[in-house]
Design a protein. Structure first.
Length: 455
């Protein structure tokens, strides 16, 4: 690891701690709920495929088609948030995704409106609409923190925010497993239907809480003194004078933007492939019962939550974000390859390799998201963050689809897992190629700015 380049200033530590304690808990809770609603079909799959007559390939497509809707709507959503304010737009996103998520429990009744044997098409359509409804949520949070924090304070904050992903699995998988078993047959409904409705309800409630309590930025925060507001605003404005706010057409022509899209695409293939198929892999290792599968599936995410926050904090403190991103992405990828080769039928090996894979992939992902805000500001960073996340998240379509196709085609998970692992290794290699200097700043960016644009 390179020696520390910068020490974080400590004079404003108390102020930023106060800000984060005020805004982080609610946003972290919202993100946890978002992930539970996004991936709870990974356990619902254990019941719904047989009831609805869906194949593994259709399930993989449904798990991934979420990201097509996400991709199509994400950039417009983030630009609207930047224009109308975070409070209203984040609340709108949460309420709309809560409604669509709950509708997944009614796939069969909805399908009957269109004729016999239409369940697979309704499943795919609702997963697409869920992605469209949730589009802009995560990049909106990234953009929102850019209103409050300079880039040098973002790495560990984003790692804490992204810890919502493993936390959602630690909470959601055992809860979902319990709901599947405890409520199966209640009022004549399958357990997976109860699970989906119950877990969609918090999004509706939190959407109303966001609308009432969140503020759009520092200047609207009545709980900050005028001196505190000026300190935060000046830090953000100082950052923006050293960055570039470009017209949207020029942002789209930055070569480094497309490189970051490719990096995120490869990372997401690995992360979402694990997320959607881990309960299936645990079940294939010999674990029986929905609750037991949920509990064992949560184990890798406990290790991930601790490991990613610790590693990200060290990388930010030591000034070695690039090295940490490269190393963790490659280690995570190699762990998936190991799982493919040695994990089949062995629960301990599956849990160990998946824990290492998740720590590697998620640490690299958390550190990645401080990069756009280091060089762009205003509409430019809003568009760049949304574009990276939306196009990159097509990997969320590819990852589950690769595993589903490989399982149907070859009868095992080995080829699919190895493919996901190689994608994470390739992501680490691309980070090393594009972000050559020690601070993690894209060495190619300044040369790729349009003529006359400041950097």
């Amino acid at each position: 690891m390179p020696a520390p380049r910068h020490a974080l200033p400590t004079s404003s530590d108390a102020l930023y701690r106060k800000i984060l304690l005020r805004i982080m808990p609610l946003l972290l809770l919202c993100y946890i709920v978002a992930y539970i609603d996004r991936v709870n079909i990974s356990l619902a799959k254990l019941q719904m495929l047989g009831e609805l007559g869906l194949s593994d390939t259709v399930f993989g497509l449904g798990a991934g088609i979420f990201f097509i809707g996400y991709f199509l709507c994400e950039v417009p959503s983030n630009l609207i948030l930047h224009k109308v304010g975070a409070r209203f737009w984040i609340a709108r996103i949460m309420v709309s995704w809560g409604v669509v998520a709950a509708m997944l429990a009614a796939i069969a009744p909805i399908a009957h409106l269109f004729g016999p044997h239409q369940e697979q098409w309704v499943f795919l359509a609702l997963r697409f609409l869920l992605g469209a409804a949730e589009a802009g949520f995560f990049p909106g949070l990234i953009l929102y923190f850019n209103y409050w924090l300079p880039p040098e304070r973002q790495g560990r904050v984003f790692s804490i925010l992204m810890a919502a992903q493993p936390i959602s699995f630690v909470i959601g998988l055992p809860l979902s497993g319990w709901l599947l078993g405890a409520l199966d047959g209640a009022l004549g409904l399958a357990g997976w239907r109860w699970m989906i409705v119950i877990e969609a309800a918090p999004a509706l409630v939190l959407g109303l809480v966001v609308a009432r309590t969140l503020v759009d930025g520092p200047r609207q925060a009545s709980w900050l003194t005028s001196a505190d507001v000026e300190t935060v605003v000046q830090a953000v404005e100082k950052r923006e004078t050293a960055q570039t706010d470009l017209p949207l057409g020029e942002v789209a022509r930055l070569p480094v933007l497309w490189a970051m899209m490719a990096i995120w695409f490869l990372m997401v293939i690995g992360v979402y492939g694990i997320n959607f198929w881990l309960p299936t892999l645990v079940h294939a290792s010999g674990v029986q019962g929905s609750l037991a599968i949920g509990l064992y599936s949560a184990v890798p995410y406990v290790g991930c939550a601790v490991g990613m926050v610790t590693a990200s904090a060290y990388a930010e403190r030591a000034g070695c974000k690039q090295a940490m991103m490269v190393g963790m992405s490659i280690v995570g990828g190699l762990a998936l390859v190991a799982a493919a080769h040695w994990g089949a039928g062995h629960l301990l090996i599956t849990l160990l390799t998946m824990t290492i894979a998740m720590v590697g992939a998620m640490t690299a992902s958390a550190l990645f998201w401080s990069l756009p805000g280091e060089r762009l500001s205003g509409r430019a960073v809003a568009a760049a963050v949304a574009a990276i996340n939306s196009l990159g998240n097509i990997g969320g379509f590819a990852g589950p689809s690769i595993l589903g196709f490989a399982r149907d085609r070859f009868g095992s998970d080995e080829i699919g897992l190895a493919t996901l692992g190689l994608c994470l290794v390739a992501a680490g290699g691309l980070v090393l190629l594009v972000f050559r200097n020690r601070g993690g700043t894209p060495s190619t960016l300044t040369n790729s700015l349009p003529e006359g644009a400041s950097s």
